[in-house]
Design a protein around this ligand. Structure first.
Ligand code: NCD
Length: 490
């Protein structure tokens, strides 16, 4: 700061700045829209075509290639990094990240930033690929290419070959193509790299296995590279890496009018002799990357869709209402000190191994602050089967009441729990059973690469499916059994 020797120099700068800024602030002056392209994973085609598309449209293009030069290297979260770009006037942020569900999360997050709301600045997020999850812009260019070559997007037999587990492009493509009538799929991969069930909802699969000859009836064969950099297990990695090569012999056994598509990069799964064969259409796909992304960016400027954020919680079913006095008189093997017109909550019938989890949950929702918790010594409980260890814990929360949302989550997570809410008017609301909450946000998603396990601002959101026995992550789409998830939290 030596160039500003005294207060006058500093204030002089600030005052001049006040006069100058209104003339150049982007909001005052007409400006070109800004596209920020943030490739936090390796990218050639997607990043370059996204940028070239932006230049052709006359956008201001800011490009960040690789996380190395960013504060991500200082452990800044993805959402804070993107928040910065939004605050610096990015109208579109195209992002590639290893964190699954990251683009969706940051799009929701930006909608909730008060300053951006105040100045009315909207930023549209384009997902350029999020870990093993999805790659929607690639999908649109794949679809355009297939349509150009086949004249239709329905009534096709589509072969998907290669690493269908870790490759995100086939995930988006199968989801999109299964929305068209009469499309059927032949999924060829080693079992270690099979298509995950999350992507097979409503998909008609003719064959799933490791036999390349099953591709003989396909109109389109979509080949993907082994995603070696994503596979943790060394043996699995080797199996997937060495698994197959599309050679001229394999190609010649396919339908004569087949097209072989590949999102690229290809490593050794495509024999070099095939690269110049007219049935191999990867160059057309690349080219379509440019025009499809131009249109996608135009759309991103023209429309801004609010993503749904809030999920309503059902009211807990209240099993019985008694007076607080009745409740405290009830003779039990433990002491229940909340009486009369006191405010508080009694959590009863908690299996002992889940006790700390319940306390963690209450702490997370800041319910323990200002109140007092007391856990009685564990006592045997007839209500708890041996599955839960037979012993129950009781937790008392004084001077606090908890919102229905937490009541519902706790009842879902700890099925044996009974919750008595003392509202201070001598009444006790006792909750034995609750409707299954549509969403659970306390448990961590079981996928280590999910944005919710990698970004300090992200709150898990797991939708309950079926009868509540399965949970699906709102961000990375992975489905878990409730039993599997419970291990991560309680
Ligand atoms: C793909 C990707 O990054 O998912 N490449 C691309 O965007 N064209 C495919 C891959 O890396 O295998």
């Amino acid at each position: 700061m030596n160039q500003f020797p005294n207060r006058d120099a500093i204030e002089g700068f600030l005052n001049d700045c006040e006069r100058f800024v209104p003339h150049v602030e982007r909001k005052q002056a007409p400006r070109r829209a800004a596209l920020h392209v943030l490739a936090f994973e390796a990218s050639t085609r997607t990043r370059i075509s996204t940028e070239v598309a932006g230049h052709y449209l006359g956008l201001d293009v800011i490009s960040v290639a690789g996380p190395e030069a960013t504060s991500l290297m200082k452990n800044e979260s993805l959402s804070d990094t993107i928040w910065t770009h939004a605050a610096l006037d990015a109208d579109i942020i195209a992002v590639r990240t290893p964190f699954e569900g990251g683009p969706r999360f940051v799009a929701e997050y930006l909608q909730r930033v008060p300053y951006l709301q105040e100045i009315g600045h909207h930023t549209t997020i384009i997902n350029m690929g999020d870990g093993t999850h999805e790659h929607p812009s690639q999908c649109m260019l794949d679809l355009r290419t297939i349509k150009q070559k086949k004249g239709r997007l329905d009534n096709l037999i589509i072969g998907m070959v290669g690493d269908l587990k870790y490759g995100r492009t086939s995930h988006s493509l199968i989801r999109a193509l299964s929305k068209f009538p009469q499309n059927r799929f032949v999924l060829v991969s080693p079992s270690e790299a099979a298509m995950p069930p999350e992507y097979l909802d409503g998909v008609e699969v003719l064959y799933a296995g490791d036999d390349l000859s099953q591709l003989a009836t396909c109109d389109v064969v979509y080949v993907t590279r082994p995603q070696v950099e994503r596979i943790q297990d060394a043996i699995e990695r080797e199996i997937i890496r060495r698994w197959f090569v599309i050679t001229p012999r394999v190609l010649n056994r396919l339908k004569p009018d087949v097209i072989v598509a590949h999102p690229l990069p290809c490593v050794n799964e495509i024999d070099p002799r095939i690269k110049l064969d007219p049935r191999f259409i990867a160059d057309r796909q690349m080219r379509n990357g440019l025009n499809v992304r131009m249109y996608m960016e135009l759309q991103a400027l023209a429309t801004f869709t609010l993503l749904s954020w809030e999920v309503p919680f059902p009211n807990p079913i209240i099993d019985s209402e008694t007076t607080a006095a009745d409740a405290s008189e009830k003779k039990g093997k433990y002491f229940r000190p909340i009486t009369g017109d006191e405010i508080g909550v009694v959590f009863d019938h908690i299996p002992v191994p889940m006790q700390n989890g319940v306390l963690d949950l209450l702490k997370y929702y800041e319910c323990l602050e200002g109140g007092m918790k007391l856990a009685a010594d564990p006592v045997n409980s007839e209500k708890l089967s041996s599955e839960y260890g037979g012993e129950k814990a009781v937790i008392l929360l004084r001077k606090r009441i908890i919102p229905d949302e937490i009541v519902a989550q706790l009842s879902y997570v700890v099925p044996t729990i009974t919750i008595s809410l003392f509202t201070g008017d001598g009444q006790r609301r006792k909750v034995n059973k609750c409707a299954i909450p549509p969403m659970i946000s306390y448990f961590k998603c079981g996928n280590p690469s999910c944005i919710t396990n990698n970004d300090i601002n992200a709150v898990p959101r797991l939708y309950t499916r079926d009868d509540g026995s399965r949970l699906q992550c709102h961000y990375c789409d992975r489905i878990f059994l409730k039993k599997q998830i419970v291990r991560f939290g309680i």
